[in-house]
Structure formats: C-alpha cells, structure tokens
Ligand binder design. Structure first.
Ligand SMILES: Cc1cc2nc3c(=O)[nH]c(=O)nc-3n(C[C@H](O)[C@H](O)[C@H](O)COP(=O)(O)OP(=O)(O)OC[C@H]3O[C@@H](n4cnc5c(N)ncnc54)[C@H](O)[C@@H]3O)c2cc1C
Length: 478
C-alpha cells in the first residue's frame, strides 16, 4: 500500500491561543468569537462520512478552539494578521458540506465562518453576478431565478454549500455537460492572503495577461487564502425541458452512447449512466438494469425536440430502450436529498461513502470494473454494497462515482482505510485522476504525491512561498 492514513499530518501545535483571541476580540467584538466546546464540536465536522459518523456516535473528533465570524474582508484581514503573528491555524468554514475532511481542524486552530459574506450584485448587461463567499447555492439561485437567470452550478449539496466552498473545492454541478464545472464559471475572485493582504483579480470575459491568478485559488481548499467573493458568469434560465430515461443491457453500452452524444456536440444538460446495482440503490429497488437518464433544456421548443430526437437515435444505436420520463423525473425531484438519505443510513449504524474519480474514455470501463471488484473483494463481509454511475461527461472522458457501504466490524478507521486504499490504488494504476470533484482534503492526501507526480514539488513550493508559517488550513491538500 503506497499511502495510508497514518501518514496524515495533524499534530497539535504550540501557540498562545488566549493572547491571540484577546487581540481578535478587540477586532471583531466578543460576540463574534465562539468558544463553547459543544458548538465548536458541532461546527468542526463537515459531512466527511467517517468524521460525521464518529460525531453522531459520540467518538472523539478534532475540535477547533474558537469559531470567528468576521463581518467583512477588512476585519478578516486583521484576524489573519493576528493568526499569522501567533502561528495559529485558520480553517475557512463555508457550508460544511465537504466530504473529504477539508474542514477538520487536525492541527487545532480557529474556524472562520464566511456566513456574513452574503452580498449578491447582479450586472444584467454583462451577465455577471458578484457573490459573497458565504452565499449558499440555494439563496443565489433564488435571487437569480426571480429575475430569469441562473449560474447553472447545481451540486447535489446546493442547499448547504457556498460560493467560497465551490471555488475552494473546485466543485462540479449536475448540469456540467452543458455548463461545465465551477472553473468554467469564475471570472474573478477576491482573497485574503495568509499574511492578511487583500487581493482582487480583475474580472473580464477573457484575458491574455500571464498565468491566471484566479485559478490559483480554484481547488486550493483553503490552503492559500480565504476567498471572500467571486464574479461568476450568469445565464438566462431555459424555458423548456424534456426528461428521458433509457434501460441498457450493459453499463458499457450506455457509456458508449453518452460518448457519442458528447463527441457530436449534443452536450445534454444532464446525462447519468447507472450500473445495475446503482440503479437499484438510487431508485429504491424499482430499477434493476443499467440505466441512463437524460435531461434536456432549451430556450426554444424546436431546438429541444431536435436534440431529443438525436439523443434517442444515438441511444437506440447502442441497444438502449426508452422507458419513459419516470427515472429522469424521479432524479430531478430528489436530486438535493442525498444528505438526508446518508444521515439516515449512518443513524442506523451503517457506514457508507462515495468515491469519485476521473477517467479518459480509454480506461473508463476497465477502471470501473477494477475499482468495483476491488471494493467487493474486501474481506470479512465488511463491504455489503458497491455500485457506480458515470456522469460529468466531457469530450475526453467522464467521472465514475462509486457508492460503497458496509458494517464496520473492526471499527470505522479499518473500514475506511480498506475502501479508500482499494479505490485509490486501482485508480492510479490506470493513470486516472484520484478526484473528479470532491477534492483531496485529508482523505486523499496520502495519494496526492503520486497523483501530481513531478508537479507536486511546484505546489509545495507555492504553498511555502505564500504561507511560510503554514497557517492556512494545514494538513490538507498538499
Ligand atoms: C449530499 C452531498 C452532495 C454533494 N454533491 C456534490 C456535487 O454534486 N458536486 C460537488 O462538487 N461536490 C458535492 N459535494 C461536496 C461538497 O458539497 C462540495 O465540496 C462543496 O463545494 C463544499 O462547499 P461548502 O461551502 O460546504 O464548503 P465547506 O465544506 O465549508 O469547505 C470545504 C473546503 O473548502 C474550504 N473553504 C470553504 N469556504 C472557503 C472560502 N471562502 N475560502 C477558502 N476556502 C474555503 C474549507 O476550508 C474546506 O477545506 C456534496 C456533498 C454532500 C454532503
């Protein structure tokens, strides 16, 4: 095994927290500094299943020493200057929906809630919306939808996750085949750097002004600075929709059909391909064959009808059969409800996790089989279910998204170490990318060196150059 969780850093550091908090209280006022242990325990754990499970079951979890809620970038900048002076870790807190441990304060320190950064400014002429880092996807879409607009970024965690969290984790939404990932939507960012300096990258439709500084922060997981706001592309909401569901004899045939749609530039808003077991899992026993769902939206009915006809032709070419709107419409109805389902399973004592990887077409089916069989081969009957779907299709390949569940006979750590090692090693052996969109956090950190190869040293140097006291979310990503 190349990486193990024992290699996760996270030693508690020595620093004068009392003195630092006194200085921070003088900046933000005592009401904006929370030291209550119960509340800190609650806020220190994101939705990373192993930590969430431990929190729910009453195990010890790493807990921050304070939670601070600054009102604006200036206050935040002064807080960061104090943290830098005392060498205290700062962990940015968005919606807390992260699933790879990005939030967990493994080295102690201060959680900084971005909840007051909630300004939304709409520029209708240029189709740009400037949103504060703490704005949740739900509130952003509510404001935009009322005016007939959307950002088009709909992660399954839309209700909880924030603009800052999306950028920090390089997230992707369910309509990615049409609109892309968050990296395709960000025009500019404002960031408080690890030394407290506030920087703003210029927003423009495109720029040829050297390497893109905004891109430094997309996927930086809070390790290079705190994102305070972002300029995002805005789109007009489509008015027409069609929902299509197809069954297939094999998962691979459905993937080939999706590939042809992408290569012909059809880019349906949503295409998801479920293997037999995943269809059974997500449609609650109602479907037991490989399944494809397609959602098409457009501004004009005739364009929509044409696209639907072309999708249908391609599907039939690969042996798919139309089974009505049903599964696509069920998915659309429940698409933001997965968190509740996962919580219910964990309350019942089951452990489950989701692991997503990104593969070129050439290895997609083989890496799918390898990871799935590897997970199912884990001994002692620990893994009860492993299933997958493919989504976020692009010109070059797709995301494979595994759901794995079981009973932690030897404790949660042993279960998680077994499933993550199996999946990451199989993925790397095919040259695939270890994360499509959830990020690295602490769960994937044992494999980041191998993932990045010779570019690992560059990222490490960048981190050291920008944050030489290693205060920004230490022990994560790099
Ligand atoms: C049910 C469920 C469904 C999900 N579906 C998707 C999905 O469809 N697509 C997807 O991509 N992800 C998905 N996720 C994962 C998660 O929602 C995303 O990673 C999301 O982008 C996290 O946003 P957040 O605001 O909750 O961030 P948090 O969990 O608060 O933080 C995540 C990381 O970003 C850092 N961070 C947060 N805000 C800032 C900031 N302002 N500046 C700097 N760093 C910051 C944190 O320190 C942490 O390292 C899902 C999670 C759940 C629980």
């Amino acid at each position: 095994m190349k990486g193990t969780w024992e290699s996760i850093g996270g030693k508690k550091r020595e620093y004068n927290i009392e003195k630092a908090l006194d200085e921070i209280e003088a900046i933000v006022g005592s009401n904006a500094v929370i030291k209550d242990r119960g509340l800190l325990r609650e806020k220190s754990v994101d939705f990373t299943p192993i930590f969430y499970y431990k929190k729910v079951k009453g195990y010890e979890v790493p807990t921050a020493e304070a939670l601070i809620t600054p009102k604006d970038a200036k206050e935040l900048s002064n807080i960061v200057k104090v943290a830098n002076k005392y060498g205290i870790p700062i962990i940015p807190l968005g919606g807390g929906s992260g699933v790879v441990g990005g939030l967990i304060p493994i080295s102690g320190g201060i959680l900084v809630s971005m909840e007051n950064f909630k300004e939304i400014k709409i520029d209708e002429e240029n189709m740009v919306v400037v949103a504060g880092a703490g704005v949740t996807g739900k509130s952003l879409e509510e404001v935009l939808n009322k005016k007939g607009y959307t950002v088009g970024h709909y992660p399954q965690s839309l209700n909880e996750s924030t603009v800052g969290g999306w950028i920090a984790t390089k997230s992707i939404g369910q309509y990615s085949t049409k609109y892309g990932g968050i990296e395709d939507m960000v025009l500019g960012v404002e960031v408080v750097m690890p030394n407290g300096e506030i920087i703003k990258t210029k927003a423009s439709p495109r720029s040829s002004n050297g390497p893109s500084m905004k891109d430094l922060f997309i996927g930086s997981e809070g390790t290079l600075g705190l994102i305070t706001s972002a300029s995002l592309k805005m789109r007009v909401l489509p008015e027409h929709r069609q929902m299509l569901s197809y069954s297939f004899k094999g998962f691979n045939e459905a993937i080939k059909a999706a590939k042809k749609m992408m290569l012909q530039g059809l880019n349906p808003d949503v295409v998801r391909v479920y293997d037999k077991d995943d269809a059974f899992l997500w449609f609650e026993g109602d479907a037991n064959e490989p399944l494809m769902i397609v959602i098409l939206e457009d501004y004009r009915e005739e364009t929509l009808n044409l696209k639907a006809r072309l999708v249908d032709e391609i599907v039939k070419e690969f042996g798919g059969s139309y089974v009505g709107e049903k599964y696509a419409s069920l998915w659309l109805k429940d698409r933001f409800e997965a968190k509740k389902k996962a919580e219910d399973y964990m309350q019942m004592g089951f452990l489950l996790d989701t692991i997503e990887v990104s593969s070129f077409w050439s290895s997609l089916y083989d890496v799918y089989s390898s990871i799935k069989n590897g997970l199912l081969s884990i001994k002692d009957g620990v893994v009860l279910n492993a299933s997958a779907h493919a989504d976020h299709f692009s010109l070059n390949g797709a995301c494979l998204y595994f759901t794995v569940g079981g009973a932690p006979e030897k404790g949660p750590e042993a279960f998680y170490e077994a499933i993550w090692s199996k999946a990451m090693e199989a993925c790397l052996s095919f040259g695939c990318s270890i994360s499509d969109h959830h990020g690295i956090g602490i769960l994937r950190r044992p494999w980041i060196r191998e993932e990045l190869g010779s570019s690992y040293a560059l990222l490490k140097k960048l981190k050291e150059a920008l944050d030489n006291r290693d205060i920004m979310n230490p022990g994560k990503l790099v």
